[in-house]
Write a protein that binds this ligand. Structure first.
Ligand SMILES: C[S@@+](CC[C@H](N)C(=O)[O-])C[C@H]1O[C@@H](n2cnc3c(N)ncnc32)[C@H](O)[C@@H]1O
Length: 341
């Protein structure tokens, strides 16, 4: 969540590098932390940076992002899905997720009854391993495979639904990934992507996060606040993670541009929605503050405050959608259908 200080141009430079990924890289799981040298080497290779960053994060990802597989996140995932795709056509038979991470979106959608069986895929072997472990723990019928979303290793017309959450903005070639999504979908099958940062929403969220990180890391250096300070080594690891974040976050989306990409890839019935305005202004500083202090320091009362605050502001934001331009909200969602034969 923290950002290294640096010119905005670094993100543009990261977008330029799109080397193909060697198969050997796809099959190996990384467990140790990335060094500054490896981060430097991955600077022009966003796919390699994604593997480094997300393998590194896999073991602690659910905790870091407060991901759970209970009512709270089942409802969150189902509501995101319904916001853009409604309830028609459910339950879907076989659903595939790209960039599944630990399985947050698909596993919770399956628990909500959206799909019967699932396939989790991710470019990070560490993430696929955790997603499969989570699925087994929940007793869900799920298989998994390490896969680049731009070359999905499943046959044409083999799934009924494709989903993704917070993944499109990491892909060098979003239109190519959309084409792959449409290829693996059966005719008439649907895709749903949620949690993508909008162009203006992201600018505000990053500024708020940077300010919070700056204030929190300086405040905890004050005398008497030593127990709120994270050890130097952990802060250094956070800085290295932030440097990688700078490389892996490739895009933000204007709602109209996201629609155009889906249509250019061949989708029909495309719908784009946005959500979270004040909830994002609250949520990003909260998350950044949590990352700046020692894990577990904030406790249950803080977690309740954070969740209730976010929920109330989300309700306010739903009313604001009638008067505030869509592009100012933080999250974009897109759905579409593979044309029937
Ligand atoms: C921000 S995380 C989101 C994870 C999960 N969907 C969630 O919402 O918790 C993005 C995920 O996309 C994966 N990813 C990045 N580039 C990818 C690619 N080219 N193909 C497939 N997955 C990719 C990352 O490894 C990571 O697990």
């Amino acid at each position: 969540m923290s950002e290294p200080e640096g010119p905005q141009g670094e993100r543009g430079a990261a977008r330029a590098g799109r080397p193909a990924l060697a198969p050997a890289v796809l099959s190996e799981k990384r467990t140790e932390r990335a060094s500054w040298e490896e981060i430097e080497a991955a600077r022009d290779d966003p796919k390699q940076a994604n593997i480094l960053y997300h393998d590194w994060e896999a073991g602690s990802y659910d905790e870091k992002w407060s991901i759970s597989y209970d009512e709270r996140c089942v409802t969150y995932a189902r509501e995101r899905f319904e916001l853009v795709a409604g309830t028609e056509g459910r339950p879907y038979g076989r659903a595939l997720e790209i960039g599944s991470g630990t399985g947050f979106f698909l596993l919770n959608l399956m628990q909500a009854g959206v799909a019967k069986t699932g396939v989790v895929t991710d470019i990070s072997p560490g993430m696929v391993e955790v997603a499969l472990r989570n699925a087994a723990g929940l007793g869900l019928d799920v298989e998994g495979r390490v896969a680049d979303a731009e070359t999905i290793p499943y046959p044409d017309a083999s799934v009924d639904l494709v989903v993704g959450h917070a993944v499109l903005h990491h892909l060098p070639d979003v239109e190519q990934a959309m084409r792959e999504v449409l290829r693996v979908l059966k005719p008439g099958g649907r895709f749903v992507f949620a949690g993508e940062p909008t162009r203006y929403g992201d600018v505000i969220a990053r500024r708020l996060s940077r300010l919070t990180w700056w204030a929190a890391t300086r405040a905890t250096r004050l005398p008497g606040l030593g127990s709120w300070r994270r050890p130097r080594q952990e802060l250094d690891e956070s800085s290295r993670a932030a440097a990688l974040e700078w490389v892996v976050d490739l895009h933000t989306f204007a709602p109209a541009a996201l629609r155009r990409v889906a249509i250019a890839a061949g989708a029909v019935d495309v719908e784009v929605r946005t959500e979270e305005l004040t909830a994002a202004w609250f949520g990003w500083p909260v998350r950044t503050f949590e990352a700046a202090v020692p894990p577990g320091k904030l406790g249950w009362n803080w977690a309740t405050f954070a969740y209730r605050g976010w929920s109330r502001l989300s309700a306010l934001d739903r009313r604001l959608t009638r008067v505030v331009p869509a592009g100012l909200f933080y999250n974009a969602l897109v759905t579409g259908v593979r044309p029937p034969d």
